[in-house]
Structure formats: structure tokens, C-alpha cells
Design a protein around this ligand. Structure first.
Ligand SMILES: *[C@@H]1O[C@H](CO)[C@@H](O)[C@H](O)[C@H]1NC(C)=O
Ligand SMILES: *[C@@H]1O[C@H](CO)[C@@H](O)[C@H](O)[C@H]1NC(C)=O
Ligand SMILES: *[C@@H]1O[C@H](CO)[C@@H](O)[C@H](O)[C@H]1NC(C)=O
Ligand SMILES: *[C@@H]1O[C@H](CO)[C@@H](O)[C@H](O)[C@H]1NC(C)=O
Ligand SMILES: *[C@@H]1O[C@H](CO)[C@@H](O)[C@H](O)[C@H]1NC(C)=O
Ligand SMILES: *[C@@H]1O[C@H](CO)[C@@H](O)[C@H](O)[C@H]1NC(C)=O
Length: 505
């Protein structure tokens, strides 16, 4: 007996050190949601079908002579097959977005009946299979006609049009949709699209890295950010007034959250990191929770930062039932200097305003990174401690791979480590309620087209039928969800040896 308990202690210690990530689905609350994500432009394809008009993303991908989402994995035509894949994986939730120009082709006014039918069918198919839909209203894709008419997010007119689009979605889909995200990764959307010019609609001040056709990196990210917050609040308040009591859903804004850690333990790097947190998290979270921008931002951005009127501040404050967190990578922060930075901007823009370098860990770049699970734990802790512990959904997390192999062991290790990190934060009080892997299947990627893929299911993009095949990560995730996988690191080996030999491509 004595020997036996000594043995168990040793086992526990060994597991505790080398498998500190040991967990099962049962360690999470039953109503916690595990799922996977896609977005409309990246998954649907069918850009000219059934009355859809171009979004700014169509324009952006075609104007830059890069890959595009014209067909991608053809989710528009293959949604039933994809829901079947989800059901076979045991997914609890599916996150997708609604294409504004598919639903309302002119940006405002008439609804496209075929677009409406597509989303109704998709939602019905999900419900039939017991999969909870999590719907994002905006994912980089407002109708090009609104960009042409008034400049999209840099004009306050977008608030009214976005709210009317949201109203249609709540009215038509709200019976069956209980989880709504208004705007996808709002922070990096405003930065990437209006300061750096790397995402649609691709605005920036022309510089030695990129010549945008329009934009002003020192002013537009803040104007777009302000309109994003007001549009989110307007849609959210409409939901609360008109739908919530009947439909009983919740609605939130999502931000992209880098893990941020000081480069050295110097006071300077510590202060630089606080500043980075104010700009990269507080910019959106402080208005949502406390009704105004962080003081550091007001001081450093000055008159370029829009000011909330008292009424706007009241509308924005408390307008997010939860915080959506999109998390992929962690960077070290130091004062701006010659060290390498993830965003090496020249001229004035968002990053020169923060005055920090973001130093990639390992050889990370914007399209490739390594697993730093403590970075996610830090983000969740910080939001808990600084913003009154709001409910959180991790709406995207995952890792790109370049090799086309079904044996995506690094992805399995990555996802498992991050779920473990999230569990640590939950055990320490974080109100995190869901986790979505990006992505369900290989799709057209925002920054890397088809050169890297994040999918748990492989898509053969050379095949006109866009055949899907499950990767190792799909089996791992379903095993975790159905409770047959617990101490995961150990079971990967098992799973790998069970994985069909024909699985190498
Ligand atoms: C952008 O345009 C300027 C002025 O025409 C030119 O000097 C610069 O090399 C261009 N930059 C890029 C990245 O093409
Ligand atoms: C950007 O806008 C500011 C404020 O209107 C202006 O002072 C500045 O010259 C503009 N920059 C560029 C490159 O157009
Ligand atoms: C980073 O890249 C350099 C040069 O490409 C390579 O020599 C080095 O091994 C890489 N380091 C890591 C940690 O991958
Ligand atoms: C756990 O939460 C407490 C209270 O918010 C905090 O002080 C502590 O630093 C957290 N622990 C970790 C490991 O983050
Ligand atoms: C992808 O599809 C093409 C065309 O049908 C086919 O020739 C190729 O073998 C497929 N590749 C894989 C890895 O299945
Ligand atoms: C659980 O999932 C694994 C991996 O997909 C599968 O092999 C197994 O049959 C499933 N077990 C049950 C009980 O559903």
C-alpha cells in the first residue's frame, strides 16, 4: 500500500512536470463551447453566384495580384458536407460570418432572397446536427459600393448602414442564433486595414514598404476604430431593445490580442509593455467597459484621437455582453529602436504612436509563429484583472503550416497546449466560455492566401470538387471532445499510429 501510493505520487509528479497540460473535456463546464471557425469570404467562394456583389475584400485581393477567395473551398455549395464533417468531429459550435454583400447587395435596402435562404439553410443544418452557431456580422467584407460611395469605415455613415444590416440578421436569424459577434478582431482590423495597408480595404500613407492608393496612417486607424466602436454599440443596443428579451442571445465585440511581454526586465521595457497593452487592448476594451479611451492614448495620439461625446460614451459603455478574443502569437516589447519589429512601419502610424518594437519570438513573422501558450494565459489574466472579468469567447486560435500533410502533429500540440493554458486561466477565475479553432478546414487566408493553411481538414485546391480529408488534428479534437482522449501528449502517439497509412499526401 505504501509502495503503491509512493508510486502514484511519482506518476503525478512526472505528469505534472512534463504533461502540465493534462486535461479532459470534463475539466471544462458542460455548457462551455468548443468549436471551429471560418469566415464568409474565406470559406464560401461563389462570389458571383445568386446576386452577391463584390466586397472590399474581393477588390483588395484582385488588385494586388495575389490569390483570391473567388472559389476557395466552395463552402457556399458544400455547406451540407461541411456540417456533416463538423457533426462527425463532434463539434459543439461553428463560428462563421455573414457576407453583407450577399445578404444586402447594394449595402442598404433590398434583401437578396437567395442570400437569405443560404444562411437560413446553413443555420438550420447546424441546428439539426445539434451544433450551436456563433455568427460574426462583419469580417473584413463590407460592400464595395459603400466604400465607393463614402469610404466605408472612415465615414460615420457606416454606423447607420451597419445597424440596418445587423437588424436584418437579428430579425431573420435570431430565433436560431444566440451568439453574435458584431465585428471581427476590431483592433487589428483598424490597424492592418487603415495604418499598415495589409488587409482590406488596404489604406495607408504610401511608404517604402507599401504604396496604398488611398489612406492616412496617422489619422484613419483612429477614425475607423471610433466608427467601429459606435457601430458595434449601435447594433448591440438595437439588439437589446428590440430582440434580446425574445431571442435571449448575447452580443459582443472581438479584438485581436497579441500576447505581450517585456523584452528585458528593465523599467523601460515594463513601461513600454504597459503602453502596448493600452493601445492594443485598452483602445477598444476601455471604451466598452469604462466608456473612454486610455489616458496614454489620449496623451500620445492627441487631437488625432476622436473624442466620445457624453452620449456616445454612454452608448458604448456596457455594450458588449462578452469580449471575443482572437489570439495567435506572443511578442516581446521594447521601446522603439533599431531592433527588428513585427510591423516595421516607416512614417507616422499606429506603431510609431505606441513607440514600441514588437520583437517576434523565434523566427516568427505575421504569417508564421511558434507556440507560446503562456501568452494566452497572460491575455486572459489581464482582461480579467483590468476589465472586471468579462465573459470571454476565444474566437480564433491556431497555427499555420506550409507542408501539405495530413499528419499535422505540430497543430495538435499547439491546440492542446493552448487549451491547457486557457484551462489554467479558467481555474484562476477567468470567465472564458468558449474556444474556437481557426480553422475548420483549409480556406483562403487573409495574409498568406493558399501558401499556408490552418485547417483541421485538408482541402485539395487543385481538385475542382475541392475534396476534403480529415487531418490528424481533426481526429485529435474529436477524440478530446468525446472524452476518449485525456492526457493528450501521450495519446498523440497512439492516435498517430492509428491514423491511416494512406494519410500522407
Ligand atoms: C512607393 O512610391 C514611391 C514614390 O513613387 C517610391 O519611391 C517607392 O519606392 C514606392 N514603394 C514601393 C514599396 O513600391
Ligand atoms: C493625414 O492627415 C493629417 C490631419 O488631417 C494631415 O495633417 C496629414 O498631412 C495627413 N497625412 C498625409 C500623408 O496625407
Ligand atoms: C531562424 O532563422 C535562421 C535563418 O533563417 C535559422 O538559421 C535559425 O535556425 C532559425 N531559428 C529558429 C529558432 O527557428
Ligand atoms: C490568479 O488570479 C489572481 C487574482 O486575480 C492574480 O493575483 C494572480 O496573479 C493570478 N495567477 C496567475 C498565475 O496569473
Ligand atoms: C488533388 O486533385 C488533383 C486533381 O483532381 C489530383 O490530380 C491530385 O492528385 C489531388 N491531390 C491530392 C493530394 O489528393
Ligand atoms: C471518439 O473520437 C475518436 C476520434 O475521432 C473516434 O475514433 C472514436 O470512435 C470516438 N469514440 C466515441 C465513443 O464516440
Amino acid at each position: 500500500m505504501k509502495h503503491l501510493s509512493l508510486f502514484s505520487i511519482i506518476v503525478v509528479i512526472v505528469l505534472g512536470t512534463s504533461y502540465s497540460d493534462a486535461f479532459t473535456r470534463k475539466d471544462f463546464p458542460e455548457n462551455f463551447l468548443f468549436g471551429a471557425a471560418t469566415s464568409a469570404y474565406q470559406w464560401e467562394g461563389a462570389v458571383d453566384d445568386d446576386g452577391r456583389t463584390p466586397s472590399v475584400w474581393d477588390t483588395f485581393s484582385h488588385s494586388n495580384d495575389r490569390d483570391n477567395g473567388d472559389i476557395t473551398c466552395d463552402g457556399y455549395h458544400k455547406y451540407k458536407e461541411d456540417v456533416k464533417i463538423m457533426a462527425e468531429m463532434g463539434l459543439e459550435s461553428f463560428r462563421f460570418s455573414i457576407s453583407w454583400p450577399r445578404l444586402i447587395p447594394n449595402g442598404r435596402g433590398a434583401i437578396n432572397p437567395k442570400g437569405l435562404l443560404f444562411y437560413k439553410n446553413l443555420i438550420k443544418e447546424l441546428r439539426t446536427h445539434g451544433i450551436e452557431p456563433h455568427v460574426t456580422l462583419y469580417h473584413y467584407d463590407h460592400p464595395q459600393c459603400l466604400e465607393d460611395e463614402y469610404g466605408g469605415w472612415i465615414n460615420r455613415k457606416i454606423i447607420e448602414d451597419f445597424t440596418a444590416f445587423a437588424d436584418v440578421c437579428f430579425r431573420e436569424f435570431g430565433e436560431d442564433v444566440k451568439l453574435w459577434t458584431t465585428i471581427n478582431e476590431a483592433t487589428i482590423f483598424a490597424i492592418g486595414s487603415y495604418s499598415e495597408g495589409i488587409s482590406p480595404p488596404g489604406h495607408c500613407t504610401p511608404n517604402k514598404f507599401i504604396n496604398c492608393t488611398t489612406g492616412n496612417s496617422s489619422t484613419e486607424p483612429y477614425i475607423a476604430g471610433h466608427n467601429i466602436l459606435l457601430a458595434h454599440a449601435s447594433a448591440s443596443n438595437l439588439y437589446k431593445l428590440k430582440y434580446k428579451s425574445k431571442q435571449r442571445g448575447s452580443i459582443g465585440l472581438s479584438i485581436y490580442a497579441f500576447g505581450l511581454s517585456p523584452y528585458t526586465n528593465s523599467k523601460d521595457d515594463e513601461i513600454a509593455t504597459q503602453r502596448a497593452k493600452a493601445f492594443l487592448y485598452g483602445w477598444m476594451l476601455k471604451p466598452l467597459v469604462f466608456g473612454d479611451y486610455p489616458d496614454e492614448m489620449k496623451r500620445l495620439v492627441g487631437s488625432r484621437l476622436p473624442v466620445f461625446s457624453k452620449e456616445e460614451s454612454e452608448q458604448v459603455k456596457g455594450s458588449s455582453d462578452f469580449v471575443g478574443v482572437i489570439h495567435y502569437m506572443t511578442v516581446y516589447i521594447t521601446n522603439r529602436g533599431p531592433a527588428p519589429s513585427l510591423f516595421p512601419t516607416s512614417g507616422q502610424g499606429f506603431f510609431s504612436d505606441i513607440g514600441v518594437n514588437m520583437i517576434p519570438i523565434g523566427n516568427a513573422s505575421l504569417i508564421q509563429w511558434v507556440a507560446i501558450p503562456w501568452g494566452l494565459e497572460g491575455v486572459l489574466e489581464y482582461i480579467k484583472q483590468s476589465y472586471n472579468n468579462p465573459p470571454i469567447y476565444i474566437l480564433e486560435n491556431g497555427i499555420p503550416m506550409t507542408s501539405s500533410t495530413l499528419q499535422d502533429t505540430p497543430r495538435v500540440e499547439f491546440i492542446q497546449a493552448y487549451i491547457g493554458a486557457m484551462l489554467n486561466a479558467i481555474k484562476n477565475g477567468s470567465d472564458t466560455r468558449g474556444y474556437f479553432v481557426w480553422s475548420l478546414i483549409d480556406v483562403y487566408e487573409l495574409l498568406s492566401g493558399y501558401t499556408t493553411s490552418f485547417g483541421m481538414n485538408y482541402v485539395n485546391f487543385s481538385d475542382p470538387g475541392r475534396k476534403r480529408s480529415p487531418k490528424l488534428s481533426a481526429s485529435w479534437y474529436s477524440g478530446f471532445l468525446n472524452g476518449t482522449i485525456d492526457i493528450a501528449s501521450q495519446d498523440i502517439t497512439q492516435l498517430q499510429s492509428n491514423f491511416p497509412a494512406s494519410s500522407s499526401l
